[in-house]
Design a protein around this ligand. Structure first.
Ligand code: ADP
Ligand code: MG
Length: 285
């Protein structure tokens, strides 16, 4: 037995590559490894540009797609060995997803409280008389209440309210781990920080660990304890969030940071990108 909540070793996902050459494959996720300690809830960020393999990795951690190679363990149990409805439900109770677009996560024709009720009944095994209380409790953890969302359709809530409702739904079963795949990228920029701050509060007050997937260095810097930076399926840099983002070592990490700190949105002049890490070397042009 280890004390790991989540442990990934050599995790790889291969897909057939598009193109004319038959039977060619590429690794969307390539030998990724990391572990989260069960005794220390943390926000663990996976950072990378579009196409770097973040969603594929998230879906493997959520046991929605199998790995091609390597092992993912949740509390020492390999996900590949989870069999049967009861074991699957038990896993889902403990590991919950939050997706990028809340308007896609909710059926537009279904009232949002129905999702909360269904999750409470099915995953948390809450009896009919307790459902309202349990859903209200979950909504209060994200700054809403059942009175505010009851009877509403998704389009009747703002993007921020709907994403908070999705987070509340994920909390109903009392999970130990949330896997949030770009959870604020569809949310209005002015509301992003309040939602990522909510993740911090969930870590500190409920002891939930969070895998926070993003291409946004600013929110990652703000809330993460540790990060990994992915490029083309591989981890190119990892460590303490502030140490890595204050002083990135890998050229790709430097490039990501320099893109954020372009002159338009640089916080201070001395932080403006080092020209040696620009996509092309202007000095030789
Ligand atoms: P990200 O979330 O970082 O943008 P993804 O995990 O969605 O990256 O995708 C990583 C790579 O894997 C991309 O090149 C994407 O086209 C490819 N990919 C993702 N899912 C599939 C799939 N089901 N079949 C084939 N290729 C896929
Ligand atoms: Mg993605």
């Amino acid at each position: 037995m280890t004390s790991d909540l989540l442990n990934l070793e050599g995790v790889t996902k291969s897909y057939a590559s598009s193109g004319l050459l038959a039977r060619k494959t590429f690794n969307a996720v390539d030998e990724v490894g990391f572990a989260l300690d069960a005794s220390r809830p943390e926000i663990f960020a996976i950072i990378g540009e579009s196409g770097s393999g973040k969603t594929t990795l998230a879906r493997m951690i959520l046991n929605m797609v199998p790995t091609s190679a390597g092992t993912i363990r949740f509390r020492d149990k390999a996900l590949a060995t989870i069999r049967g409805r009861r074991a699957r439900l038990d896993f889902m109770r403990q590991v919950q997803p939050i997706f990028q677009n809340p308007y896609e996560a909710f059926n537009p024709l279904k009232r949002v409280d129905r999702y909360l009720y269904a999750t409470a009944r099915r995953l948390a095994r809450v009896g009919r008389t307790e459902v309202d209380r349990v859903c209200d409790e979950a909504l209060r953890k994200v700054g809403l209440s059942l009175a505010e969302v009851r009877g509403r359709f998704p389009h009747e809530l703002s993007g921020g309210q709907l994403q908070r409702t999705a987070i509340a739904r994920a909390l109903i079963s009392g999970p130990a781990l949330l896997v949030a795949d770009e959870p604020v990228s569809m949310v209005d920029a002015s509301l992003r920080m309040s939602i990522v701050d909510l993740f911090k509060a969930l870590r500190d007050e409920l002891g939930v660990s969070i895998v926070y997937i993003t291409h946004d260095l600013a929110t990652a810097y703000h809330i993460s304890d540790r990060i990994i930076i992915m490029q083309k399926g591989r981890v190119v840099e990892s460590g303490d969030a502030r140490a890595v983002l204050d002083n990135p070592q890998h050229p790709y990490s430097k490039l990501l940071k320099s893109a954020v700190l372009s002159p338009d949105n640089a916080e201070t002049d001395e932080k403006v990108a080092d020209p040696s890490v620009l996509p092309f070397d202007t000095r030789t042009v």
